[in-house]
Write a protein that binds this ligand. Sequence first.
Ligand code: F6R
Length: 597
Amino acid sequence: MCGIVGYVGSNDAIDVLLNGLSGLEYRGYDSAGVALANGTLAVHKREGELAALESTLPTAELRGRSNGIGHTRWSTHGPPSDANAHPHTDDEGRVAVVHNGIIENYQSLRDELTADGVTFESETDTEVVPHLIGRALEEGMAPETAFRAAIDRIEGSYAVAAVFAGSETIHAARRASPLVLGIGDDGYYLASDAPAFIEYTDRVVYLEDGEFARLSPEEVVVTDSSGTVVEPSVETIEWDAEDAGKSGYDHYMLKEIHEQPTALRQCLRGRVDELTGTVTLEELDALESSSPVQFVACGTSYHAALFGATLLRDRGVPAQSFLASEYSTDRIPVDSSTLVVGVTQSGETADTMRALREANRAGAETVAVTNVVGSSAARECDHALYIRAGPEIGVAATKTFASQQVALTLLACRLSDGSNHDVIRTLRDVPDQVQTVLDTSQATEIAAEYAESDAFFFIGRGYQYPVALEGALKLKEISYRHAEGFAAGELKHGPLALVTEETPVFALVTGDDERAHKTVSNVKEVEARDAPVVAVTDGQTDVERYADHVLEVPASNEIGAAVTANVQLQLVAYWVAHRLGRSIDKPRHLAKSVTVE
Ligand code: F6R
């Protein structure tokens, strides 16, 4: 996830662009840059947060220019650096481009352009675009035709904007990455998200997939992929600048819960081929050892690790997960055939870092499964597998957990033999199924019913056991209510003593196998003790008969159901905390990245 912004109009473009980028920093903050046009192109970009760019920008010199584009980056190809920051230009400085998304065929385009004598300045996928445009200009095409010709060559997801030296026009296009246009009295705007320009205008046009836009001082023209002019539908945004970074949601956490379908698509993009059943993880091309696998992680990431280890064991690969703070190579056998996988959203968690360093010292091959390109874990490990969830601002991990589940499923396919067709089909459907849960969930009603309860219990088996643990963790950290997750079979070995009519039990019952039916028996034990039961189910068993409430998830296999059931529990946690008036994005005593042991 990155943020792009563009402006043409009667104000100083540089001021509008910098304002816009600060409204988009939630989308990425590992580098930022701007390009001003209508004269020779002035391109300034810098690694680090927007403040780093601003501190070196000759802002006064840049005033007086009427159009430009800007970018705030969340790395996917190439670590954060000045060179990898956007905008990118062609060899001759004729065009500058910003991009959000992933260009899947960038390697073959890069090879083709390199063979043509083009020199690349960065490691990004984006840089192929200005070079393709530059080549088209050399062939005699006008800027707009050159832009369209370049976009026609790229595959994957993109929201792209380009400015040309000496021109006041901005060209833009989108496919599977967001792009919204702003219609103001003082000019026209474009951005990945309306917060970038909401203080100037609330009139917007959401560009559709495959559409192009041309923004000039006089007009905005939208065209479809064949070049036919499309009448844009102008909408009015109902929220104001204050809500902006959260796109109208009350909290980042809720926004991030709703971003999950996009995050999961981004995690899968370019990595699975449904036709051949292949999973390709370029980052792990050089991976050698595969067994046994030891996962190390903390908190929510540990729950994802439990899920990953279950998956690997089911596919015949010996695997265990360890709380990173309990991991020690003095007591756990590790050698050069061991693969140690650190699962860490931030890539900075001290406990996980220590475990990975020990594993490296003991000669294991190491992989970081992380969201942050260039993070400490990514640098410490032999390999890094990126989950591509985009920045997560809420302290409680939500979209990164779902993306970890999907990334670890891909890792399991990569590390095991056998057919991946079924898994790939499941993963293909998961983003839409998560959307269905988001659209239909009854979690607010459940929260209203039980927010004042003494304690909450969560039970699940197999793939749903880590989800039970995660459901409890999410609830306790943001609502401050007592919550525990258990393997469903364990309830009768002790915790059942805590179950009363004041303690709702959330039972995760999906599928129709032995595990699901045994969990139904555990639900009956709970029901017999008068505890309210909320079944999270796909309806394949008769658990509904014993439940007071049902939270539905779409029918899938155990992998898909573990992702969607977790989304229901995220929503329950959120709405309970909301009712109790908690500080949801910044819960007491907690930090997003825990860098002490
Ligand atoms: C819970 C949560 C924490 C983190 C844990 C590990 O919502 O966010 O439990 O999962 O601190 O953090 P990472 O994944 O950054 O290593």
